[in-house]
Design a protein around this ligand. Structure first.
Ligand code: GLN
Ligand code: ZN
Length: 764
């Protein structure tokens, strides 16, 4: 029996974010399409070569994307909404592709063959990851057609370079499940979609592919009857259409979908044994013996070294009985590329870690042991075991004082002194804001100058004093401009922050940081999640000086700006040696200290961003409530220490609230700002239904697009908002922070936003 290694997908952004920089140049018009495509091809070639070299037996192709693999699939199937030109558009056209991804500020051309001024497609989280995809939109009356053969092209490209790959396709049922129908149920198009997949698979067979990896992560979620029937129908049709199918599931166990999955006539099945280690027995029992089993044993979602020794013990009996593929739990898209690029990591912490490259090495090590016995690699095994033992014992991880504090928490620490209604009355006096108060979400453009100064400071080319002076000047300019444009509740602009989580992580004990640990968030956007390895505590105020500096410049109130505990948790690589809620409480206590220090300094409005609260939701409904309960408790623990006159804001982006509103209500924030510009205030309906008591700032400016909205558009959105909520509940603000935008977009957009608020006031 043989064990082989697969990777399921490799980070596409490049070890040094080559793709990001190429894309941004291309968008800025300083790189040609040919140059962009050359960068992309170079990355693909390097990725294949690297994985091959590391011992992967099954190389993926079509795991690459210029922006997003879900969008690639939509474009491949010709699901191009009418506002981008619909069926007239050539799906291979990059302009259309990027318009769907990012919106376009163009004017179109005379014949309607180029996208005009259009909004981007809706973007949302990919399952419970921090990767965002463009939501497929299926309009009524649209005809799908196989218009773009990217998967096939990339397969052939690899082959021409001597790499035989197993192409990766996003499965039809997951694609349909993620799609939004406009006047049509996406599943009504099932047969069309299957027809196109079948054609594609036939073409793959002709091109020489023996296997195709077909990703159906939706199998790790709760499925409706319709989805289940669709699965049966789909794989009856696709299983014989071309190459063998490796049906790939991840992000959780199959649970009640195991019977369904086992019944699908595919040649192979990949399961996630990191999130759901216990499913192995049941899967082996249910799945016919002739299936090739692929076991996701190395964590594709986190950065910790694998416990190789116990995996060997666990897998050896099975490996003696049948062929096995070993793989990461999911695509390696969600972890940084290579630990070897880390030049500044503490050595003790480093040995506990494994990035994409190291994970393939781990798989290779496992493979060699299972195929040939422990004797062939004694040293590697010893290194692995020592590293693991050091993590269990390290004094850097356990801080007894933190444990004592967490153990001493009381329910009263999570309660504000009065109800929202009473607090609102006090706060109205304290803050004296007009109706439809305007504010922003916190950050202002992180311009090239800001990033350059930070880089120079980091490199040591700019000293502390010069950097501080630079940041103060930026902050002052931002305050002056906000006064001028007429905003009501100001912010200091967050110029000193590289990132809303990293900034805090760097000031808290228990976090480590990488220099190259980038992970794709969406398109060209990458994040470098902190590595939360030990007990968390705060030794000194983190934001008070910046807030005070800004507040001293103006008579208008300035918001304090913090990142909430749940978001810090969800946007970090979190230790896996204690429950997440335990770790979250430690962070909450540290943020609570900061909230109280801000209040003590005179701050009247404090925003605690929980942008990532929703994305921490477990994939299965039955697990939601327990997560929401502790997440909300942690937010309250961070926020509730303040007096009634201190206004607590929170902000959430890209959130759908319908199903979690009771919990959002329980957070008991005074003001919440949310993402709504792209979805026409749709989600306010739920707030209204739930009789959400507090104030809400529904975003009226989609900051994820370069498009500058005008005043009337924002007035119209606010009017829509008023059909759902009382005027006194409403704030006027953008969707999210403005750090990724340019001042030339922000200035007119915010001026129009303030104008819109004034118009509303005069007609209120
Ligand atoms: N305060 C942060 C900012 O404005 C919030 C960002 C976010 O929600 N992602 O950038
Ligand atoms: Zn946001």
């Amino acid at each position: 029996m043989t064990v082989t290694v697969a990777t399921l997908g490799f980070p596409r952004i490049g070890p040094r974010r080559e793709l990001k920089f190429a894309l941004e140049k291309f968008w800025a018009g300083t790189m040609t399409r040919m140059e962009l495509e050359k960068t992309a091809a170079d990355l693909r070639r390097a990725n294949w070569a690297r994985q091959d070299e590391l011992g992967a037996d099954w190389l993926p192709s079509n795991d690459f994307s210029l922006y997003d693999h879900v969008l690639d699939t939509s474009v491949m199937l010709g699901a191009i909404p009418a506002r981008y030109g619909g069926e007239r558009m050539d799906p291979a056209d990059l302009e259309t592709y990027f318009a769907m991804a990012r919106g376009a500020a163009g004017t179109g051309d005379c014949c309607g063959n180029a996208p005009a001024n259009v909004t981007a497609g809706e973007m949302t989280k990919w399952f419970d990851t921090n990767y965002h995809f463009i939501v497929p939109e299926i309009e009524s009356g649209c005809t799908l057609r196989l218009g773009h053969f990217k998967p096939l092209e990339e397969y052939r490209e690899a082959r021409a370079q001597g790499f035989e790959t197993r192409p990766v396709l996003l499965g039809p049922i997951t694609w349909l499940s993620l799609a939004k129908g406009r006047g049509v149920d996406p599943f009504d198009l099932l047969d069309d979609v299957l027809g196109h997949y079948a054609t594609l698979l036939r073409l793959f067979a002709q091109a020489g592919a023996a296997w195709v990896q077909i990703d159906e992560p939706i199998l790790a979620t709760d499925l409706s009857e319709r989805q289940r029937r669709a699965f049966t129908r789909a794989y009856a049709k696709l299983a014989g259409a071309g190459p063998k199918l490796m049906l790939t599931t991840y992000f959780g166990g199959l649970g009640d979908n195991l019977g369904l999955t086992a019944s699908l006539p595919v040649a192979g099945l990949h399961i996630d044994l990191v999130r759901a280690p216990d499913q192995l027995g049941a899967v082996v029992e249910s799945v016919p013996e002739d299936r090739l089993l692929s076991l996701g044993v190395v964590d594709g979602r986190n950065v910790w070294r694998t416990d190789i020794a116990s995996l060997i013990d666990r897998l050896a009996p099975l490996a003696a009985e049948r062929d096995l593929v070993l793989a990461p739990s999911c695509s390696l898209l969600h972890v940084p590329v290579d630990l070897a690029l880390e030049t500044r990591l503490d050595e003790e912490v480093r040995q506990w870690l494994a990035f994409a490259v190291q994970k393939i090495e781990e798989l290779d090590l496992l493979k060699r042991v299972l195929n040939h016995g422990r004797e062939v690699v004694p040293e590697e095994l010893e290194v692995a075991e020592k590293a693991l033992a050091s993590r269990h014992l390290s004094a850097r991880i356990h801080d007894p004082a933190v444990g004592v504090r967490v153990a001493g928490l009381t329910p009263a620490m999570r309660e504000r002194g009065a109800s929202y209604v009473e607090r609102a009355r006090v706060q109205a006096d304290v803050l004296a804001l007009p109706a439809f108060p305007t504010t922003t979400i916190g950050s202002f453009p992180q311009t090239r100058e800001v990033r350059k100064a930070r880089a120079e400071y980091k490199r040591g080319a700019m000293d502390e004093a010069a950097y501080g002076a630079f940041l103060r000047a930026e902050t002052e300019r931002a305050i002056r401009w906000q006064e001028e444009v007429g905003l009501d509740l100001l912010v200091h602009g967050e110029f000193e922050r590289n990132d809303m989580v990293q900034y805090f992580g760097e000031k808290l004990a228990g976090f480590a940081f990488t220099v190259s640990g980038w992970v794709q968030s969406y398109g060209s956007r990458c994040v470098r999640p902190p590595i939360l390895y030990g007990d968390v505590s705060r030794s000194a105020p983190m934001t008070v000086d910046w807030w005070r500096y800004a507040q001293d410049l103006t008579d208008k109130p300035v918001k304090g700006m913090l990142t909430g505990p749940v978001t810090i948790l969800n946007w970090s690589f979190v230790r896996d040696d204690q429950p997440r809620d335990e770790t979250c409480r430690q962070i909450a206590l540290a943020i609570r200290d900061e909230v109280l220090d801000l209040e003590g300094a005179g701050c009247k409005a404090i925003q605690i961003d929980e942008a990532a609260l929703r994305e921490g939701l477990p994939l299965r409904r039955r697990d939601w409530q327990s997560y929401l309960d502790w997440a909300v408790d942690c937010f309250r623990l961070a926020a509730a220490g303040v007096g009634n006159g201190t206004q607590i804001h929170t902000h959430m982006c890209y959130s759908e609230f319908n199903d979690i509103l009771p919990s959002i209500g329980k957070m008991d924030a005074d003001v919440i700002s949310i993402e709504t510009a792209r979805s026409q205030m749709e989600l306010l309906e739920a707030f209204a239904q739930y009789r959400y008591p507090g104030a809400i700032g529904p975003g009226v400016y989609d900051i994820h697009s370069a498009r500058v909205p005008d005043e009337d558009e924002m007035v119209a959105l606010m009017r829509l908002a008023q059909t759902h909520l009382r005027p006194e509940q409403l704030w006027v603000n953008p969707d999210c922070g403005l750090k990724t935008r340019a001042w030339k977009e922000v200035k007119p957009a915010i001026a129009s936003m303030v104008g819109a608020a004034r118009k509303l006031r005069s007609k209120a």
